[in-house]
Write a protein that binds this ligand. Sequence first.
Ligand SMILES: Nc1ncnc2c1ncn2[C@@H]1O[C@H](COP(=O)(O)OP(=O)(O)OP(=O)(O)O)[C@@H](O)[C@H]1O
Length: 226
Amino acid sequence: MSIVIHELLFSYPEQAQTPVLNIPQWSAHGAEHVFLQGPSGSGKTTLINVLNGTFPVTQGQLEICGQRLDKMSARQRDKFRANHIGCVFQQFNLVPYLSALENVRLAAYFASNGGSGQLAESLLDDLGIPTSLLHQASQQLSVGQQQRVAIARALINRPALLIMDEPTSALDKKNRDQFMTLLMAMLAEHPTTLIFVSHEDDLASHFVRHESILDINQATEELSCF
Ligand SMILES: Nc1ncnc2c1ncn2[C@@H]1O[C@H](COP(=O)(O)OP(=O)(O)OP(=O)(O)O)[C@@H](O)[C@H]1O
């Protein structure tokens, strides 16, 4: 199993008595691709931040690739994320003044078993970034190109878990379809557990497993009435 959740609670410190996540059981395994949906405020972003170790589990168990994140310090979780988890967010979060190649190499640098510089170039090539753009500051790339650099950065360390939060929201339909085809082709070559959060229903057809966070997260019982 790549992800195993057992009796997990998460509360923000400001509202310690009111858990935002209450997940009795949930798991995903191996090369499973999960399409995760849910209404605004149902805890999708919070769950992603707990899964990637940015937020600590308040109570309960979270196991990723056999490692208990709930037992790790913040520093250990940061290291674990750098080594084993790739993340792509809506805003991509690239370092704007670094080049496409430097952004990808930076992620390799922070991981203890990070990919090589050559791998960064070949990943960017596979993702359709022309050689002429490799040394261009990422802020000078188009949105679609920035997104592909963000994917290369997420994949450079061959993560066991890839987490994507609304990665296509800045793209038009044509670029979105191209992106999905490319992503699925990359993942066919490198089996990875994928958690893909999106409100775009038509992307669901790319996934076998569909989940509503309302079914996973019991803290949303009031939301599910609407
Ligand atoms: N920093 C925070 N401090 C306190 N409460 C927060 C914080 N961030 C989010 N929340 C609350 O946690 C709940 C879940 O928010 P979250 O952002 O995870 O939902 P979401 O499903 O990702 O929503 P959206 O689709 O609108 O992005 C909401 O009730 C929200 O108000």
